[in-house]
Design a protein around this ligand. Structure first.
Ligand code: FMN
Length: 175
C-alpha cells in the first residue's frame, strides 16, 4: 500500500496551488475533486454560500489515484462561511470507507478551519490525525512554503500504527 495521497478541492485556485506545492515538496501524488455542475460568477458564489449554510453535498467527480490504496490522505480545501467547502464534504461522505487516516489542510481568508476539521471528524467517525491551515495571502505570496513542508515532513515521519489524533493542531504527533 502506498503511503500518502493529497486530495484537493479548489474553487478559485488557491487550494490547488497549495496542494501542488505540497506534492512537489514531498513527492506525493495528487487527486482532485471536480464538481459535476460548474460554479461561475455571482450565482456560483451564492451557491457556495447556500451549500455551506445548508451543509449540502453537491454532486462531484473525483479524478486521481484510488484513496483506498493509501495509508494516509491529506485533504486540502477552502473554507466557505466558516465551514467545510461543499464539494469536500461530498468527497468525505462518499469515500468514508477509504479514508482510514486523514490529515486536513484548510485554506481561508482568515478563519473557520476548526469547524471544517470538526465536520470532517464527524463524517469519518473519528478525528483527523492532524490539521493545519493557511491564509490565501500566505499561499499567494509564497510565505506558506516552509510551514507547509514542515507539516508534510512531520506527517511522513509518523508511523501509521502509532499515529495519534490531534485535530486542529499545527503538526501531527506520534503517540
Ligand atoms: C463563498 C465563500 C465563502 C467564504 N467564506 C470564508 C470564511 O468563512 N472564512 C474565511 O476565512 N474565508 C472564507 N472565504 C475565502 C476562501 O476560503 C479563500 O479565498 C480560499 O483561499 C479560497 O480557496 P480556493 O481558491 O481554493 O477556492 C470564502 C470564500 C468564498 C468564495
Amino acid at each position: 500500500m502506498d503511503r500518502i495521497l493529497v486530495v484537493c478541492y479548489s474553487y478559485t485556485g488557491t487550494s490547488r496551488q497549495l496542494a501542488q506545492l505540497l506534492c512537489a515538496q514531498l513527492g506525493w501524488p495528487m487527486g482532485e475533486i471536480v464538481e459535476a455542475r460548474q460554479r461561475a460568477g455571482p450565482t456560483g458564489t451564492l451557491r457556495c454560500v447556500a451549500d455551506s449554510l445548508l451543509r449540502r453535498r453537491p454532486l462531484i467527480r473525483y479524478d486521481g489515484p484510488d484513496p483506498g490504496e493509501f495509508e494516509t490522505v491529506v485533504l486540502v480545501s477552502p473554507i466557505w462561511i466558516y465551514r467545510l467547502a461543499g464539494p469536500m464534504r461530498s468527497f468525505v461522505a462518499d469515500r468514508v470507507a477509504d479514508l482510514r487516516r486523514v490529515a486536513v489542510v484548510s485554506v481561508m481568508g482568515a478563519q473557520g478551519a476548526s469547524n471544517a476539521v470538526a465536520e470532517i471528524g464527524r463524517l469519518l467517525g473519528h478525528a483527523p490525525m492532524a490539521a493545519t491551515s493557511f491564509t490565501s495571502r500566505e499561499v499567494d505570496d509564497g510565505s506558506c512554503a516552509d510551514r507547509l513542508q514542515g507539516f508534510g515532513r512531520a506527517l511522513q515521519a509518523i508511523r501509521p500504527d502509532v499515529a495519534q489524533v490531534s485535530a486542529d493542531s499545527g503538526s501531527p504527533r506520534a503517540a
